[in-house]
Write a protein that binds this ligand. Structure first.
Ligand code: 4VN
Length: 325
């Protein structure tokens, strides 16, 4: 079995902070409502930087921290639901920008579970020997796809990026212990963005419409509280660990209440479920690597730590990776 290790971890958020009070100026909402229902106090919103720009910032910091040159990266995967374009992929833009001339690159579309799915791809390429070093990024500029008139969703989201370099290492044990991924496409309509309807006649009459972020909050909320504990349990079972063995549960920062409900349902101490949604809002696929990196930087996740990373949302998708850092 090939051993896989984390070589570096990083995150980046745009400079501009938008507080709940700022939002209350432009829509019918309040700081009290947003904090009580979601745990969010503020979010970072991009001004001019797009998804690849945020991702490039993380990529360059990963290279600086690891001491690697861009040419030593074999594969770049970006998880995003707010890519710059249908094509080129955000990952290809990053690859070109940082000069990773030996890397192939592609995006993964699994919304808020994207980073977990991307880690699965990275570990599969590493385990098969098809790559020795993989850069995995989660990057989102959700502000550009949000309907800023829809107060039910607009208050939830923020922009940011995070990621890691994973590599084959012959020493010790592998960082990837077990995973669980599941998709519920029959429920996909409860969370959508960027639907592109087919032409109904040719030649086209009328404009192409772009649909912004839309969510059946109740449906997605109950999906998350039902399926996330099950996914974590299945992944722990595969790793032959008890859920109580896990040091930190790095959950998608969808809503603080969902995270608390998962902790309660699993009868685990809330201290093991770090939350940073108060500062960043919901950054979809970027939320797991941002939180992961903050915990690494704070010295909470350290060599040997057992971490369960879980994503859930659009697709609908859910996924868990059990990692020994
Ligand atoms: C996963 C989830 C959510 C999500 C769903 C519902 C929700 C976040 C509904 C009730 C509302 C407060 C907000 Cl579970 C979003 C994503 C997308 O990343 C993924 N918040 N809420 C209220 O009225 O209390």
């Amino acid at each position: 079995m090939k051993k896989i290790k984390f070589r570096a971890s990083s995150h980046y958020v745009p400079k501009k902070i938008v507080t709940n009070d700022d939002l209350a100026q432009i829509m019918d909402t309040s700081d009290e409502w947003i904090q009580k229902r979601t745990g969010i106090k503020q979010r970072h919103i991009s001004q001019g930087e797009n998804t690849a720009d945020l991702s490039v910032k993380v990529a360059l910091d990963l290279l600086a921290k690891s001491g690697l040159s861009a040419k030593e990266i074999d594969l770049i995967i970006v998880a995003t639901m707010s890519p710059e374009a249908y094509t080129p992929s955000t990952a290809a833009l990053v690859q070109g920008e940082i000069g990773a001339s030996k890397a192939f690159a592609f995006d993964i579309s699994a919304a808020c579970s994207g980073y977990i799915y991307a880690l699965e791809m990275a570990s599969a390429y590493l385990a098969s020997g098809q790559a020795k070093r993989v850069m995995v990024l989660g990057g989102e500029v959700l502000s550009k796809i949000i309907d800023w008139q829809d107060r039910a969703t607009a208050v939830l989201f923020g922009d940011g990026a995070g990621g890691a370099i994973l590599e084959i290492d012959s020493d010790g044990t592998s960082a990837f212990l077990a995973s669980d991924l599941a998709t519920y496409g029959q429920d996909g309509q409860s969370l959508t963005a960027g639907i592109t309807p087919a032409l109904t006649s040719f030649p086209a009459n009328g404009e192409h419409k772009f649909s912004s972020f839309a969510m059946d909050g109740h449906a997605v909320y109950s999906f998350a509280t039902r399926e996330v504990p099950k996914s974590i349990q299945r992944a722990c079972d595969k790793a032959q660990l008890a859920v109580s063995d896990i040091d930190y549960f790095v959950l998608h920062q969808a809503n603080a209440r969902i995270i608390k409900s998962v902790a309660k349902k699993m009868q685990l101490p809330i201290e093991k479920f770090p939350i940073n949604i108060d500062r960043y809002g919901n950054t979809s696929a970027a939320s797991e690597p941002i939180l992961f990196d903050e915990l690494v930087q704070a010295g909470k996740i350290k060599p040997g730590s057992l971490v369960a990373l879980s994503g859930f949302g659009g697709g609908l998708t859910v996924g868990t990776q059990i990692i020994r850092y």
